[in-house]
Write a protein that binds this ligand. Structure first.
Ligand code: DGP
Ligand code: NA
Ligand code: NA
Length: 213
């Protein structure tokens, strides 16, 4: 259950999250959405999690590159901490009317860790209190198709068998508020569909949809 933390009528930026398997096309779409909103004169930034630039982010990056090994619970909490360390900046950006297009958020945290077999509720707990997205766009592609796109790198999770488990976790997490986008369609078609949905959300937040956590 989300809790509202501002009054109706405060105009603000929108918190828009893109989720999906590795190689689903999120990063490309985030940058296209960013340019589109900029061209329309909106104040907008594109963010991503993990944010590898912080101290915690560097530990995550080293883990993903298989340069360090951490207990599954410990890395889960680091990913979550990486979102927590950006929370207050996130809130001030939104309140100062900047829209944030975010490449991965809490759902990645829960989907990837529960795919390893960690308890779902345990995985969700540290995410409680982070800002709730105004829109979750799920770029839907089968793990097999994503793998065919080529360019799984050599990071820890970029393996077909594991991605199949992640896809299953996302199916468990997904609810009726998510917009499921067919990510196997041509990039321009996906882009067009995303722009429409995003604009609607940006306008609703401009009009003063309450911020929740
Ligand atoms: P990306 O920079 O989007 O390619 O993400 C790096 C990898 O880390 C990718 O395989 C997805 C995974 N990931 C992203 N967020 C989380 C998280 O919060 N928890 C876990 N366990 N994995 C995550
Ligand atoms: Na990746
Ligand atoms: Na993350």
């Amino acid at each position: 259950m989300h809790m509202e933390i501002n009054k109706e009528s405060d105009s603000r930026g929108a918190l828009i999250v893109l989720e999906g398997l590795d190689r689903c096309g999120k990063t490309t779409q985030c940058s296209r959405l960013l340019s589109h909103l900029e061209e329309l004169g909106h104040s907008v930034e594109s963010w991503r999690f993990p944010d590898r630039n912080t101290g915690v982010g560097q530990m995550i990056s080293s883990y993903l590159a298989n340069k360090s090994h951490l207990d599954d619970h410990a890395i889960h909490l680091l990913f979550s901490a990486n979102r927590w360390e950006k929370r207050s900046l996130m809130e001030s950006k939104l309140r100062s009317k900047t829209t944030l297009i975010v490449d991965r958020y809490s759902f990645s945290g829960v989907a990837f860790s529960s795919a390893k077999g960690l308890d779902l509720e345990w995985c969700k707990a540290p995410e409680k209190g982070l800002l709730a997205p105004d829109l979750v766009l799920y770029l839907d592609i089968s793990p097999e198709k994503a793998a065919e796109r080529g360019g799984y790198g050599d990071e820890r999770y970029e393996q077909l068998e594991f991605q199949k488990k992640v896809a299953q976790s996302y199916r468990t997490l997904c609810d009726s508020t998510w917009k499921i986008i067919d990510a196997t369609r041509p990039v321009e078609d996906v882009e067009k569909q995303l722009k429409q949905i995003v604009m609607e959300c940006v306008l609703t937040c401009q009009k003063g949809k309450p911020l929740s956590q």
